[in-house]
Design a protein around this ligand. Structure first.
Ligand SMILES: Cc1ncc(COP(=O)(O)O)c(C=O)c1O
Length: 499
């Protein structure tokens, strides 16, 4: 037929006038694994927060607060955290190298920083070009040096994969290791829901191991061994042990002796260890010791070779720490102990996505290799990073103290990361009101908190929790402390209304 628009023929086609249009896709036409995947951090409560934000902009008098406080996600620059000047100055030169031909511009930047940008550009080329899928070799070498220095054990650039945040590393690993429902992944409960969501996408089985809340969210290695055996009896082969250290959402830090016990279980049962260490710089109490370091120590201590076959993938990211560069998608994965052919398959997966964002790769280098004392950019860098660390520490303890004054709320002292995960004792009335709305009791609490104060959090049910217990996960990134006072006032009212 000839198609005519406004009286003019546009084109001639073979379309028949008589065909009946097919319907649109509905959920039942979609990949059930995708439908099963849940991600509470951007779930029902945060979606409602966005509706309220729009409502607030349209009609400020329609809600009892003047802004939405996003305490639902560890996204520092969405709140008041400013990007570090050093990072952005180097990045600006990498993005637009011609700036370095302009003396006036060069004179406004610290000399060491301009030199750094020049050196990086020599190895990177243009940040607008695809890089090697494993990452720019020079930057991988820098990551390997950082790890060697951090742990006191050698790391090789061949074992480093630069990644688009830690999330893409998790996705490569789970895509490669999942063989379907008979493959089990040991994940902590509560956990960061990237893991359950990625397992759902891969139709693999989560084998939850519970963190012990009353003992600073510790892990009992013998319980892991038992889960492995029980799963085997049910026909599920445990394949992988996920450790999140420092923990999200718990904020707990694993002790080296616990890591050693867990590595012994991994060695005995052939579990690939994924060490999600994206919060390694966010430490308030105690010390972060990497899984790679403990594994290296065990290999040194036990010369029988028991630990030589342990396969470890350690992850880090530019999204957390004091960088907070979540949107730049920088990160790395270090592989230890994998067969060459398995590593080649991971490289193939990375190459399907071509390469991680090159500016994000550059940021990894800046994060792990900051200015040193004596360099012109050092003082400002130190001042800015110190201010961020101090603010996080202060807010974490203010919030922790506030929770422990609230009726029916108890909270473990934060050791690291960006979150608190207090437990809530909720009344029968809360259970009944929640049930009427088709919500879990902790989701109902979060919904009420949001509607009354604008504070957006995530219910513990989105992270997993011991049955019959209720929690709420909040970040302590929001500026100021007025919102903490608002929360206290809300809580008092909520408790009274639900007695
Ligand atoms: C424990 C943990 N792992 C991984 C990620 C993913 O971070 P990204 O992909 O931004 O590096 C997050 C983000 O909040 C996290 O909390």
């Amino acid at each position: 037929m000839t198609c005519v628009l406004s009286g003019k023929p546009v084109f001639k086609t073979q379309i028949q006038n008589s065909f009946v249009p097919a319907s649109r896709l509905v959920d039942s036409d979609l990949n059930p694994n995708a439908l099963n995947a849940k991600y509470a951090v951007r779930g029902r409560i945060p979606i409602r927060a966005e509706e309220l934000r729009a409502q607030l902009a349209q009609d400020p008098s329609s809600v009892p607060f003047d802004k939405i406080i996003n305490a639902n996600i560890g996204n520092p620059q969405q709140l008041d955290q400013k990007p570090l000047t050093f990072y952005r100055q180097v990045l600006s030169l990498l993005e637009y190298p011609e700036l370095m031909d302009n003396k006036a511009v060069v004179d406004t930047f610290p000399k060491d920083l301009v030199e750094r940008a020049k050196k990086m550009l020599e190895s990177i080329g243009s940040v607008g070009a695809y890089s090697h899928s494993q990452g720019v070799p020079y930057l991988r070498e820098s990551v390997a040096n950082f790890i060697s220095k951090r742990d006191g054990y050698k790391s090789s650039p061949d074992d480093i994969f630069l990644t688009a945040g830690a999330s893409s590393a998790v996705s490569y690993l789970l895509n490669l290791l999942s063989l379907g429902p008979q493959t089990g992944f040991l994940i902590p409960i509560p956990q960061y829901p990237l893991y359950t969501a990625s397992l759902a996408l891969n139709n693999s089985t989560a084998l939850p191991y519970f963190l012990n809340e009353s003992d600073d969210w510790s892990i009992d290695a013998s319980s892991i061994a038992k889960i492995v055996q029980d799963a085997k009896a049910q026909g599920v082969e445990a394949r992988c042990l996920v450790l999140i250290n420092p923990g999200n959402p718990t904020g707990a830090i694993l002790k080296p002796e616990t890591i050693a016990d867990l590595l012994a279980v991994a060695a005995e049962h052939g579990l690939v260890v994924i060490a999600d260490e994206v919060y390694q710089e966010n430490v308030f109490k105690g010390e972060f010791v990497s899984v790679k370091k403990v594994l290296s120590q065990l290999k040194e201590l036990d010369r029988s070779g028991k630990f030589d076959k342990v396969q470890l993938a350690s992850l880090h990211s530019t999204s957390k720490g004091v960088s907070g560069e979540c949107g730049q998608r920088g990160g790395y994965m270090e592989l230890v102990g994998f067969e060459e052919s398995v590593r080649a398959q991971l490289l193939k997966l990375a190459s399907i996505s071509l390469c991680p964002p090159v500016a994000g790769q550059a940021l990894v280098e800046l994060m792990i290799n900051p200015p040193t004392e004596g360099q012109e950019s050092y003082e400002l860098y130190k001042k800015e990073t110190q201010a961020i660390s101090d603010a996080l520490r202060e807010r974490s303890s203010k919030l922790y103290e506030a929770f422990n004054t609230m009726e029916g709320v108890s909270c473990q002292q934060p050791e690291g990361a960006m979150y608190l995960f207090p437990s809530l004792t909720l009344s029968e009335k809360v259970y009944a009101e929640a049930a009427k709305l088709g919500m879990e009791p902790d989701e109902y609490y979060c919904a009420q908190l949001l509607e009354n104060t604008g504070i957006c959090t995530v219910p513990g049910s989105g992270f997993g929790q011991v049955e019959g217990t209720w929690h709420i996960r909040t970040t302590f990134l929001a500026p100021g402390t007025a919102w903490i006072e608002d929360w206290k006032t809300f809580h008092e009212k909520f408790v009274k209304q639900h007695k």
